[in-house]
Design a protein around this ligand. Structure first.
Ligand code: SF4
Ligand code: SF4
Length: 76
């Protein structure tokens, strides 16, 4: 399972990543970030596949796929 890191302070709540995630692993938070947007949060119970859709879609580089995902993808 991959792990996604969200940089909440960079997120502008556009929802592009939420719509792009095939696992439903991203959702809009109920709290505001420092800029007054509701940031995306990652749900690790949804077993992220490491597909990178979210990182590709984000216009603000607010999402990072962590090493576990890269190792998993390299092994395929
Ligand atoms: S890497 Fe793919 S499965 Fe994982 S959170 Fe991003 S879009 Fe969803
Ligand atoms: S695509 Fe980026 S800016 Fe848009 S909601 Fe997702 S993390 Fe936030």
């Amino acid at each position: 399972m991959a792990i996604v890191k969200i940089y909440e302070e960079l997120c502008k709540s556009c929802r592009l990543c939420v719509e792009a995630c095939p696992r439903g692993a991203l959702a809009i938070a109920r709290h505001l970030n420092v800029h007054g947007f509701y940031p995306v949060v990652f749900d690790d119970s949804k077993e992220c596949s490491g597909c990178c859709n979210c990182t590709v879609m984000c216009p603000d580089a607010a999402i990072e796929l962590r090493a576990e995902a890269k190792a998993e993808r390299a092994a395929v």
